[in-house]
Design a protein around this ligand. Structure first.
Ligand code: AHG
Ligand code: MN
Ligand code: MN
Length: 344
């Protein structure tokens, strides 16, 4: 019989990849996995909210109900606080960094940036949502960790991952040595290795973008969309369009099937919408580790300067050749965008 490898077993086994590590990163990943299971339980019950009680009300168990993204935020912060390996959490749901001040945590080595619930507009309609996380080593060695410790380039990430709460729940992560995916087996309550060494196809035939914003897109993006729609059987065009509206789910599909996910700058959002620290950088790290490519249309996402916690960026991410093609069109038709980005 084939032996099942749980996330916990896998993390311990892979600890040997880092001979000088003391197991802190392993414990951090384990804590994130535990919080993900708790969030998964709540996400699965989301449709019952009218039966059990709505936001601000008390449910039948006497617990008060919270918006799921705030609930997820609390669960991840609680898990990261009790583990003692993380000194700062930077979250989409918190304006400022959250310092973990307990005696064990305040000198901890790691910083976690997190989007606790990605695609939250999809919760009400039973569509896949996710969690994205990114782990850095703190830079300062003395005193309380600072915001500057968080504002590191994506290339300095130690680990990154996402959880997708979809038709099944998966955790996918990298520590810079490839990407592995684990599917939650609800019958035993464990994430089990189901997608070892994930690789994204170099080419794809699916493009993913909120085309409703077409008129507001840079010309390079408009040209790329038209390129995707042209009839050319030799390159399998026209491509297929798929847009879930949860970046985690759209990028997960791209890794499995090949494809490109684009959230460009728009005339209304000149820096883009997606946040660099806890959305773009972790997904870019995972995609590169899976053999794909991630850029803002002109530059590699992981090399971008990080100046503020909730900074936004345009993102072109997915199969290498598709992203290269989109970048070519940005260079050809949207160079003024590049100047604006540099100036901002
Ligand atoms: P979040 O729910 O964390 O705020 O993120 C939503 C993001 C991303 O997941 C998704 O791809 C994008 O916003 C959808 O935006 P549009 O509705 O503008 O297409
Ligand atoms: Mn998000
Ligand atoms: Mn979110």
């Amino acid at each position: 019989m084939k032996r099942v490898m749980t996330l916990g077993q896998f993390i311990i086994e892979k600890q040997n990849d880092f001979p000088f590590a003391k197991g802190e990163l392993s414990r951090l990943l384990r804590d994130i996995g535990i919080a993900a299971k708790i969030v998964n339980r709540e996400v699965n019950k989301a449709g019952l909210v009218d039966i059990l009680g709505d936001n601000g009300m008390t449910n039948v168990q006497g617990e008060s109900q919270k918006k799921l993204d705030l609930y997820a935020n609390e669960q991840f912060i609680a898990a990261l606080s009790s583990g003692g390996e993380c000194c700062i959490v930077a979250s989409e749901e918190s304006d400022e960094i959250v310092r973990i001040d307990s005696a064990v945590s305040k000198n901890a080595k790691y910083i976690v940036a997190i989007d606790p619930l990605d695609g939250s507009s999809n919760i009400d309609c039973n569509v896949a949502v996710g969690t994205i996380f990114s782990i850095y080593r703190r830079k300062s060695s003395e005193g309380p960790a600072q915001l500057a410790d968080v504002l590191q380039k994506g290339v300095d990430q130690v680990a990154a991952g996402y959880v997708i709460y979809g038709s099944s729940t998966m955790m996918v992560y990298t520590t810079g040595k490839g990407v592995n995916g684990f599917t939650l087996d609800p019958s035993i309550g464990e994430f089990c290795l189901s997608h070892p060494d994930m690789k994204i196809p170099k080419d794809g035939t699916i493009y993913s973008i909120n085309e409703g914003n077409y008129v507001h897109f840079p010309d390079g993006v408009k040209k790329y969309i038209k390129y995707c729609q042209v009839e050319d059987p030799s390159s399998s065009r026209p491509y297929t369009s798929r847009y879930i509206g949860s970046m985690v789910a759209d990028i997960h599909r791209s890794i499995i099937k090949g494809g490109i996910f684009i959230y460009p700058t728009t005339s209304g959002a000149p820096n883009g919408k997606i946040r660099l620290v806890y959305e773009c950088n972790p997904m870019a790290f995972i995609i590169e580790q899976a053999g794909g490519r991630a850029s803002n249309g002109f530059e590699r996402i992981l090399d971008l300067e990080v100046n503020s916690l909730h900074q936004r960026s345009a993102v072109f991410i997915g199969s290498e050749n598709m992203v290269l093609k989109a970048e070519e069109m940005m260079r050809e038709f949207s160079l003024e965008e590049s100047e604006k980005l540099k100036a901002s």
